[in-house]
Design a protein around this ligand. Structure first.
Ligand code: C5P
Length: 222
């Protein structure tokens, strides 16, 4: 583990998409590549943190030198996150599916000529809100991400209040930005101090700057 301002701090990072099964061969997913979460895990580890990296099935290679927990579904991600506690800080960069199929079939669904299947959904647990709102044992710093396509700062500020996390890293994932699945990100950090918009930069640079902000905040808290 590297020496640095985060030495002695244990930090959890969630990353990637989740896969929600329909049947044993089909699932519902999203376009998250896991790039931003992976870059963050690397940046935190480079500053000396002990990182627990809980990841869905992502496209990018795993960060080295961190504890990796691989999961597929949102429910498994929640269990892995709870299993990783206590931590000093938690950063929820994963794109967790909001819904899952209520009754995934345990056999492959067949085209049987009797009409189209219909899927009924149920809500997944909100991992960020669950951890933000836990009383005893809550991490000192809980950071969420907000991927928005419109009214980015307004929506992300409301999200921060609703979920009760400390910071929200907001970004515009409209297709024309090329951010989701791309190499760059343009984020606004929303905290008690208001909204701080950073210029567009690589996801690696966003991760480094965020790791530095985290180190400052955690050192200030002692
Ligand atoms: O509500 P929304 O999905 O836009 O919130 C995004 C933030 O909440 C991200 O930090 C994401 O990791 C987290 N989240 C979560 N569990 C969910 C949904 C979102 O932890 N079920």
């Amino acid at each position: 583990m590297a020496n640095g301002p985060l030495k002695g701090k244990r930090i959890l990072v969630t990353s990637g998409p989740t896969h929600e099964p329909i049947d044993p061969v089909r699932y519902i997913a999203n376009r998250s590549s896991g790039a931003q979460g992976t870059a963050l895990a690397r940046a935190l580890s480079a500053l000396g943190a002990e990182v627990v990296f809980v990841t869905g099935p992502a496209d990018v290679s795993l960060p080295e030198g961190v504890q990796v927990v691989k999961i597929e579904t949102a429910q498994q991600m929640l269990e892995a996150v709870q299993g990783a506690l206590p931590v000093d800080a938690a950063v929820f960069a994963a794109a967790v599916a909001d819904w899952r199929v209520a009754q995934a079939s345990n056999k492959k669904m067949k085209k049987d000529g009797k009409g189209l299947p219909s899927l009924e959904f149920t809500e997944n647990p909100d991992i960020l809100a669950t951890i933000s709102q836990m009383g005893e044992g809550r991490p000192d710093l809980v950071v969420g991400f907000a991927a928005e396509t419109n009214d980015v700062i307004e929506n992300a500020t409301a999200k921060r209040q609703r979920k009760q996390c400390d910071w929200i890293v907001a970004n515009d994932v409209s297709p024309e930005t090329g951010i989701m699945g791309g190499q760059e990100n343009a984020v606004t950090l929303i905290s008690d101090h208001g909204a701080d918009s950073w210029p567009r930069m690589s996801k690696t640079q966003v991760a480094k700057r965020l790791a530095e902000e985290l180190a400052q905040a955690l050192t200030a808290k002692g």
